[in-house]
Write a protein that binds this ligand. Structure first.
Ligand SMILES: [Zn+2]
Length: 305
Protein backbone atom coordinates (compact mmCIF):
# COMPACT_ATOMS: atom_id res chain seq x y z
CA UNK A 1 0.00 0.00 0.00
CA UNK A 2 2.79 2.39 0.92
CA UNK A 3 4.54 1.56 -2.35
CA UNK A 4 1.34 2.36 -4.26
CA UNK A 5 1.10 5.74 -2.57
CA UNK A 6 4.74 6.49 -3.43
CA UNK A 7 4.14 5.54 -7.05
CA UNK A 8 1.04 7.71 -7.18
CA UNK A 9 3.04 10.57 -5.69
CA UNK A 10 5.77 10.16 -8.27
CA UNK A 11 3.21 10.17 -11.06
CA UNK A 12 1.70 13.39 -9.70
CA UNK A 13 5.15 15.00 -9.56
CA UNK A 14 5.86 13.87 -13.11
CA UNK A 15 2.56 15.32 -14.35
CA UNK A 16 3.11 18.59 -12.52
CA UNK A 17 6.67 18.90 -13.84
CA UNK A 18 5.43 18.16 -17.33
CA UNK A 19 2.52 20.62 -17.32
CA UNK A 20 3.07 23.01 -20.20
CA UNK A 21 3.65 26.67 -19.43
CA UNK A 22 1.02 28.87 -21.09
CA UNK A 23 2.02 30.33 -24.44
CA UNK A 24 2.15 34.14 -24.37
CA UNK A 25 -1.03 35.53 -25.91
CA UNK A 26 -2.49 39.00 -26.25
CA UNK A 27 -6.16 39.89 -26.42
CA UNK A 28 -6.41 41.14 -29.99
CA UNK A 29 -10.13 41.95 -29.81
CA UNK A 30 -12.78 41.01 -27.21
CA UNK A 31 -12.54 37.23 -26.76
CA UNK A 32 -9.88 36.84 -29.47
CA UNK A 33 -6.38 35.88 -28.33
CA UNK A 34 -3.30 35.78 -30.57
CA UNK A 35 0.17 34.40 -29.95
CA UNK A 36 2.91 36.06 -32.02
CA UNK A 37 5.30 33.52 -33.49
CA UNK A 38 8.97 34.26 -34.09
CA UNK A 39 9.71 35.91 -37.43
CA UNK A 40 12.01 33.11 -38.51
CA UNK A 41 12.18 29.58 -39.85
CA UNK A 42 11.82 26.72 -37.32
CA UNK A 43 14.97 26.29 -35.20
CA UNK A 44 15.84 24.58 -31.92
CA UNK A 45 16.09 28.03 -30.35
CA UNK A 46 12.52 29.06 -31.26
CA UNK A 47 11.25 25.46 -30.91
CA UNK A 48 9.27 25.71 -34.13
CA UNK A 49 7.13 28.54 -32.74
CA UNK A 50 7.08 30.70 -35.88
CA UNK A 51 3.40 31.17 -36.80
CA UNK A 52 0.77 33.44 -35.29
CA UNK A 53 -1.78 31.14 -33.65
CA UNK A 54 -4.60 31.64 -31.17
CA UNK A 55 -8.21 31.12 -30.15
CA UNK A 56 -11.67 32.68 -30.02
CA UNK A 57 -13.98 32.29 -27.01
CA UNK A 58 -17.77 32.07 -27.37
CA UNK A 59 -20.42 31.74 -24.63
CA UNK A 60 -20.46 27.97 -24.97
CA UNK A 61 -17.04 26.90 -26.18
CA UNK A 62 -13.67 27.81 -27.70
CA UNK A 63 -12.33 27.59 -31.26
CA UNK A 64 -8.57 27.20 -31.65
CA UNK A 65 -7.12 28.67 -34.83
CA UNK A 66 -3.89 26.88 -35.77
CA UNK A 67 -1.93 24.97 -33.16
CA UNK A 68 1.74 25.76 -33.73
CA UNK A 69 4.76 23.84 -34.93
CA UNK A 70 5.00 21.03 -32.37
CA UNK A 71 2.94 18.99 -29.92
CA UNK A 72 4.62 20.97 -27.14
CA UNK A 73 3.55 24.30 -28.60
CA UNK A 74 0.00 22.93 -28.89
CA UNK A 75 0.13 22.00 -25.19
CA UNK A 76 1.32 25.49 -24.32
CA UNK A 77 -1.48 27.00 -26.40
CA UNK A 78 -3.96 24.76 -24.57
CA UNK A 79 -2.51 25.96 -21.25
CA UNK A 80 -2.98 29.56 -22.42
CA UNK A 81 -6.65 28.81 -23.12
CA UNK A 82 -7.07 27.21 -19.69
CA UNK A 83 -5.55 30.31 -18.09
CA UNK A 84 -8.33 32.43 -19.61
CA UNK A 85 -11.44 30.23 -19.69
CA UNK A 86 -12.75 26.88 -18.42
CA UNK A 87 -15.00 26.47 -21.50
CA UNK A 88 -14.42 23.36 -23.63
CA UNK A 89 -12.53 23.44 -26.94
CA UNK A 90 -15.13 22.48 -29.55
CA UNK A 91 -13.24 23.30 -32.76
CA UNK A 92 -9.60 23.17 -33.81
CA UNK A 93 -9.39 25.03 -37.10
CA UNK A 94 -6.35 24.64 -39.36
CA UNK A 95 -5.97 27.50 -41.83
CA UNK A 96 -3.77 25.39 -44.16
CA UNK A 97 -1.38 22.45 -44.30
CA UNK A 98 1.95 24.01 -43.29
CA UNK A 99 3.82 22.36 -40.39
CA UNK A 100 4.06 25.52 -38.27
CA UNK A 101 0.24 25.70 -38.19
CA UNK A 102 -0.77 22.06 -37.66
CA UNK A 103 1.73 20.08 -35.60
CA UNK A 104 0.25 21.15 -32.26
CA UNK A 105 -3.12 19.52 -33.13
CA UNK A 106 -2.43 16.38 -31.09
CA UNK A 107 -2.47 18.45 -27.87
CA UNK A 108 -6.24 18.82 -28.34
CA UNK A 109 -7.33 15.28 -29.23
CA UNK A 110 -8.34 14.65 -25.58
CA UNK A 111 -10.83 17.54 -25.86
CA UNK A 112 -12.60 15.68 -28.67
CA UNK A 113 -13.14 18.75 -30.83
CA UNK A 114 -14.01 18.81 -34.50
CA UNK A 115 -10.80 19.34 -36.44
CA UNK A 116 -11.79 21.75 -39.19
CA UNK A 117 -10.06 22.56 -42.48
CA UNK A 118 -10.48 23.10 -46.18
CA UNK A 119 -11.88 20.14 -48.11
CA UNK A 120 -8.46 20.00 -49.79
CA UNK A 121 -6.54 19.88 -46.48
CA UNK A 122 -6.70 16.15 -45.71
CA UNK A 123 -5.22 15.07 -49.03
CA UNK A 124 -2.61 17.85 -48.95
CA UNK A 125 -1.44 16.76 -45.48
CA UNK A 126 -1.47 13.05 -46.28
CA UNK A 127 0.70 13.45 -49.36
CA UNK A 128 3.27 15.53 -47.45
CA UNK A 129 3.14 13.84 -44.03
CA UNK A 130 6.35 11.79 -44.32
CA UNK A 131 8.32 14.73 -45.64
CA UNK A 132 6.96 17.19 -43.07
CA UNK A 133 7.76 14.84 -40.18
CA UNK A 134 11.25 14.06 -41.50
CA UNK A 135 12.09 17.77 -41.82
CA UNK A 136 10.59 18.54 -38.39
CA UNK A 137 12.80 15.88 -36.76
CA UNK A 138 15.82 17.13 -38.66
CA UNK A 139 15.28 20.77 -37.64
CA UNK A 140 14.06 20.28 -34.06
CA UNK A 141 15.38 16.89 -32.90
CA UNK A 142 13.71 15.72 -29.68
CA UNK A 143 11.60 18.89 -29.59
CA UNK A 144 9.58 17.30 -32.42
CA UNK A 145 8.65 14.28 -30.26
CA UNK A 146 4.95 13.44 -30.28
CA UNK A 147 4.15 15.85 -33.10
CA UNK A 148 1.87 14.24 -35.62
CA UNK A 149 -0.65 15.08 -38.27
CA UNK A 150 -4.22 15.00 -36.98
CA UNK A 151 -6.40 15.21 -40.10
CA UNK A 152 -9.60 17.26 -40.38
CA UNK A 153 -12.90 15.70 -39.29
CA UNK A 154 -15.00 18.56 -40.67
CA UNK A 155 -14.33 19.79 -44.21
CA UNK A 156 -15.17 23.22 -45.56
CA UNK A 157 -15.74 23.84 -49.27
CA UNK A 158 -16.96 27.38 -49.84
CA UNK A 159 -18.30 28.79 -46.58
CA UNK A 160 -19.44 27.31 -43.27
CA UNK A 161 -20.79 28.88 -40.10
CA UNK A 162 -19.63 27.65 -36.70
CA UNK A 163 -21.48 28.64 -33.54
CA UNK A 164 -19.42 29.03 -30.35
CA UNK A 165 -22.53 30.03 -28.38
CA UNK A 166 -23.86 33.46 -29.33
CA UNK A 167 -20.70 33.96 -31.36
CA UNK A 168 -20.69 32.99 -35.04
CA UNK A 169 -17.59 32.33 -37.06
CA UNK A 170 -17.77 32.26 -40.85
CA UNK A 171 -15.16 29.97 -42.36
CA UNK A 172 -14.28 30.38 -46.01
CA UNK A 173 -12.05 28.59 -48.51
CA UNK A 174 -10.20 30.46 -51.25
CA UNK A 175 -8.77 30.14 -54.72
CA UNK A 176 -5.40 28.41 -54.61
CA UNK A 177 -3.03 31.11 -53.33
CA UNK A 178 -0.54 30.59 -50.47
CA UNK A 179 -1.52 26.90 -50.75
CA UNK A 180 -4.39 24.98 -52.37
CA UNK A 181 -6.10 24.64 -48.97
CA UNK A 182 -6.22 28.16 -47.53
CA UNK A 183 -9.09 28.85 -45.15
CA UNK A 184 -9.96 32.06 -43.29
CA UNK A 185 -12.09 32.69 -40.20
CA UNK A 186 -14.33 35.75 -39.87
CA UNK A 187 -15.67 36.68 -36.43
CA UNK A 188 -18.93 38.59 -36.91
CA UNK A 189 -18.92 39.99 -33.37
CA UNK A 190 -15.70 41.98 -33.74
CA UNK A 191 -15.34 42.20 -37.53
CA UNK A 192 -12.06 40.30 -37.29
CA UNK A 193 -10.85 38.39 -40.34
CA UNK A 194 -8.25 35.78 -39.41
CA UNK A 195 -6.32 35.63 -42.68
CA UNK A 196 -3.45 33.45 -41.49
CA UNK A 197 -0.91 32.99 -44.30
CA UNK A 198 -2.94 34.84 -46.91
CA UNK A 199 -1.26 37.81 -45.24
CA UNK A 200 2.44 38.00 -44.41
CA UNK A 201 3.55 41.17 -42.61
CA UNK A 202 7.26 42.12 -42.85
CA UNK A 203 8.10 38.42 -43.47
CA UNK A 204 8.32 37.62 -47.18
CA UNK A 205 5.18 35.96 -48.60
CA UNK A 206 5.81 32.33 -49.57
CA UNK A 207 4.11 30.97 -52.70
CA UNK A 208 3.24 27.29 -52.29
CA UNK A 209 0.08 27.55 -54.39
CA UNK A 210 -0.57 30.15 -57.08
CA UNK A 211 0.62 33.71 -57.56
CA UNK A 212 -2.34 34.64 -59.77
CA UNK A 213 -4.83 33.07 -57.36
CA UNK A 214 -3.24 34.97 -54.48
CA UNK A 215 -3.53 38.30 -56.31
CA UNK A 216 -7.22 37.55 -56.99
CA UNK A 217 -7.76 36.69 -53.31
CA UNK A 218 -6.12 39.94 -52.20
CA UNK A 219 -8.63 41.90 -54.30
CA UNK A 220 -11.49 39.99 -52.66
CA UNK A 221 -10.09 40.58 -49.16
CA UNK A 222 -9.93 44.30 -49.82
CA UNK A 223 -13.59 44.28 -50.91
CA UNK A 224 -14.58 42.45 -47.71
CA UNK A 225 -13.16 45.42 -45.81
CA UNK A 226 -12.88 43.79 -42.36
CA UNK A 227 -12.42 45.91 -39.25
CA UNK A 228 -9.39 43.92 -38.07
CA UNK A 229 -7.11 41.29 -39.59
CA UNK A 230 -4.85 38.62 -38.08
CA UNK A 231 -1.84 37.77 -40.29
CA UNK A 232 -0.19 34.34 -40.22
CA UNK A 233 3.32 35.78 -39.84
CA UNK A 234 4.69 39.08 -38.61
CA UNK A 235 3.40 41.90 -36.40
CA UNK A 236 -0.32 41.96 -35.60
CA UNK A 237 -0.52 45.72 -35.01
CA UNK A 238 0.36 46.95 -38.50
CA UNK A 239 -2.66 48.54 -40.25
CA UNK A 240 -3.86 45.70 -42.45
CA UNK A 241 -4.39 47.80 -45.59
CA UNK A 242 -0.74 48.88 -45.47
CA UNK A 243 0.40 45.29 -45.02
CA UNK A 244 -1.90 43.95 -47.74
CA UNK A 245 -0.71 46.65 -50.17
CA UNK A 246 2.92 45.69 -49.54
CA UNK A 247 2.17 42.00 -50.10
CA UNK A 248 0.24 42.78 -53.28
CA UNK A 249 3.06 44.99 -54.58
CA UNK A 250 5.61 42.21 -54.07
CA UNK A 251 3.45 39.58 -55.76
CA UNK A 252 2.31 41.76 -58.66
CA UNK A 253 5.85 42.99 -59.45
CA UNK A 254 7.05 39.40 -59.28
CA UNK A 255 4.34 38.25 -61.70
CA UNK A 256 5.07 41.14 -64.04
CA UNK A 257 8.84 40.52 -64.06
CA UNK A 258 8.48 36.76 -64.51
CA UNK A 259 6.08 37.25 -67.44
CA UNK A 260 8.56 39.64 -69.08
CA UNK A 261 11.38 37.15 -68.54
CA UNK A 262 9.36 34.35 -70.13
CA UNK A 263 8.51 36.61 -73.11
CA UNK A 264 12.23 37.30 -73.59
CA UNK A 265 12.80 33.55 -73.79
CA UNK A 266 14.90 33.38 -70.62
CA UNK A 267 15.35 30.14 -68.71
CA UNK A 268 13.99 29.64 -65.21
CA UNK A 269 17.56 29.98 -63.89
CA UNK A 270 18.01 33.34 -65.62
CA UNK A 271 14.73 34.51 -64.13
CA UNK A 272 15.80 33.39 -60.64
CA UNK A 273 19.17 35.12 -61.00
CA UNK A 274 17.82 38.48 -62.17
CA UNK A 275 14.34 39.14 -60.74
CA UNK A 276 13.40 41.02 -57.60
CA UNK A 277 16.76 41.80 -55.99
CA UNK A 278 15.56 45.32 -55.21
CA UNK A 279 12.96 43.82 -52.81
CA UNK A 280 15.65 42.37 -50.53
CA UNK A 281 15.66 45.24 -48.05
CA UNK A 282 11.87 45.17 -47.61
CA UNK A 283 11.39 41.64 -46.29
CA UNK A 284 12.64 39.33 -43.55
CA UNK A 285 13.75 35.86 -44.75
CA UNK A 286 14.12 37.20 -48.30
CA UNK A 287 17.18 35.07 -49.08
CA UNK A 288 15.42 31.91 -47.93
CA UNK A 289 12.24 32.25 -49.97
CA UNK A 290 12.50 34.79 -52.79
CA UNK A 291 14.28 32.53 -55.29
CA UNK A 292 11.80 29.78 -54.55
CA UNK A 293 8.98 32.26 -55.22
CA UNK A 294 10.46 33.18 -58.59
CA UNK A 295 10.71 29.48 -59.45
CA UNK A 296 7.09 28.85 -58.43
CA UNK A 297 5.86 31.89 -60.37
CA UNK A 298 7.82 30.89 -63.48
CA UNK A 299 6.50 27.32 -63.39
CA UNK A 300 2.94 28.67 -63.15
CA UNK A 301 3.12 31.56 -65.58
CA UNK A 302 4.95 29.85 -68.45
CA UNK A 303 1.73 27.95 -69.17
CA UNK A 304 -0.32 31.10 -69.75
CA UNK A 305 1.87 32.38 -72.63
ZN1 LIG B 1 1.97 28.78 -44.53
Amino acid sequence: MRRLIVVAGLLLCFCAAHAAAPLAVTQFAPGIYVHRGHDDVATRENKGDIANVGFIIGRKCVAVIDTGGTLEEGRELRAAIRAVTPLPVCYVINTHMHPDHIFGNAAFTGDRPQFVGSAALGEAEASRADNYLRVLRRELGALADGSEIVPPTLAVDGTKKLDLGRRKLILRTWKTAHTNNDLTVYDEETGTLWLADLLFVKCIPVIDGSITGWLDDIATIRQMNPRRVVPGHGPIDTPWRTALNAEEAYLSHLAQDVRASIRRGETIQQAVDTIGGNERGKWLLFDLYHRRNVTAAYAELEWEQ
